[in-house]
Design a protein around this ligand. Structure first.
Ligand SMILES: Cc1ncc(COP(=O)(O)O)c(C=O)c1O
Length: 405
């Protein structure tokens, strides 16, 4: 079959694949614990449900403008004003089918074939494939100290004549690291000086712990004109537990938003009218849901960290936000795919191999599920990995016996 070169270069989403494996095993009755998930377990806000139900009941669910409904754009404008201290015009805003589509449309609008897009490792699994989808060249950059916090020098070193854009995701999926304000200031300044596009993927910006405040990249911009190459990405998926609603957005200069809107208009038209309505409900509704989720996640993180500290061979870098952690398990196995497979086969715990995020030896462990799942999942992992564990482990009625050393 003659598939396109681009199609042949795109791999399956490792995280979506794991979701599928977990549900197949569960459907078979296996006691799987999914610590690889990428969505909060809470319910969507009532304000979102009521808004969507009202529209559904009206029976009038039609096309919307390709850049989103005026009501959603208004809500996004208010949101941007509140969190970034800048009130964009409607022409600066495009709503899309999830933050994923907003990033894709942005890349389509700014990247020519063979141009390079830089992003720090560890990185979200989709960035390399998204860059490849638009014919660009992904350039992951590994912080020199092997940690999770990039330095501007790391980015500077890989910047060349083909570099067109930088993507920054903080708080970061998979590490949970919150990049320091100094780094954000540096990267904004660097991209302005070198005339590079800067895509700030802020999808987790309100899910941060320990009393921190989200870092607002706008405060560091010198160029506030319509030539600014800063594009902010956000959405309702994570902060409002609305992953299945598929609403995200981009805020940028009017020319890039117009180009993105033209692209989106031909690819998908505007996002679902119903779900945009739900997003308006969430953004304009009671915000305590975000705070409650944040507190729950922070508590989950603390429990997970305490458990991970009891492993002899795990190196932890405590996450400052998101619902992911990215411990180093290389003491047990340097091959993260093999380790993740081993944990699934032996104790039915799903984790995501670090290599998918550009860092071998690590596993991404999520703490967006229940405390029971977190504690039981980690106990099972410890049993499987610690050579001093007892020979048997009970999962409900099921007895597991170690047949490995
Ligand atoms: C860093 C990052 N950006 C963007 C997205 C996509 O968000 P959405 O579900 O709104 O498309 C995700 C989802 O996992 C993510 O982790």
């Amino acid at each position: 079959m003659s598939l396109s070169l681009i199609a042949q270069s795109i791999g399956e989403s490792a995280t979506l694949k794991l979701n599928e494996i977990a549900s197949i095993l569960r459907a078979k009755g296996d006691p799987v614990i999914h610590l690889g998930g990428g969505e909060p377990k809470g319910k969507a806000p009532m304000d979102a449900i009521l808004a969507a139900s009202a529209m559904l009941n009206s029976g009038e669910v039609r096309y919307t403008p390709p850049d989103g409904t005026p009501a959603l754009k208004k809500a996004i404008i208010r949101y941007t004003d509140e969190f970034y201290g800048w009130r964009p015009a409607p022409e600066n805003v495009m709503a899309s089918g999830g933050a994923k589509q907003a990033i894709m449309s942005a890349l389509h609008a700014i990247i020519n074939p063979q141009e390079e897009v830089i992003y720090p490792a560890p990185y979200w699994v989709s960035y390399p494939e998204m860059v490849k989808l638009v014919g660009g060249v992904p350039v992951p950059v590994h912080p020199e100290d092997g940690g999770f916090i990039p330095r501007i020098q790391d980015i500077e070193q890989v910047t060349g004549s083909y570099t067109r854009a930088v993507i920054i995701n903080s708080p970061n999926n998979p590490s949970g690291a919150v990049y320091p304000a100094e780094f954000i200031a540096d990267v904004v300044d660097f991209c302005e000086r070198r005339s590079l596009w800067l895509i700030m993927d802020d999808i987790y910006h309100r899910l941060i712990f320990d009393g921190r405040e989200p870092v607002n990249c706008y405060q560091f911009t010198k160029d506030r004109s319509n030539n600014s190459k800063l594009i902010i990405i956000n959405g309702v998926s994570k902060q409002y537990a609305m992953t299945g609603f598929r609403i995200g957005w981009a805020v940028g200069n009017t020319k890039v938003i117009e180009a993105m809107t033209n692209i989106q208009g031909h690819e998908t038209s505007g996002p679902s009218a119903l779900l945009q309505h739900a997003a308006v409900g969430a953004i304009n509704g009671i915000q305590s849901i975000v705070k409650n989720m944040r507190l729950t996640l922070e508590n989950n993180r603390n429990i997970l960290m305490e458990q991970l500290r009891s492993f002899d061979g795990v190196i932890i870098d405590e996450p400052g936000g998101t619902f992911y952690s990215f411990p180093d398990f290389s003491h047990y196995n340097k091959d993260s795919v093999a380790l993740s497979k081993f944990l699934l086969e032996k104790v039915q715990v799903v984790t995501v191999p670090g290599i998918e995020f550009g860092m071998e030896g690590h596993l991404r462990i999520s703490y967006c599920g229940s405390i029971k799942d977190i504690t039981e999942g980690i106990e099972r992992m410890k049993w499987a990995l610690d050579p001093n564990s007892p020979n048997e482990l009970y999962i409900g009625e099921r007895k597991l016996v170690r047949d490995w050393t």
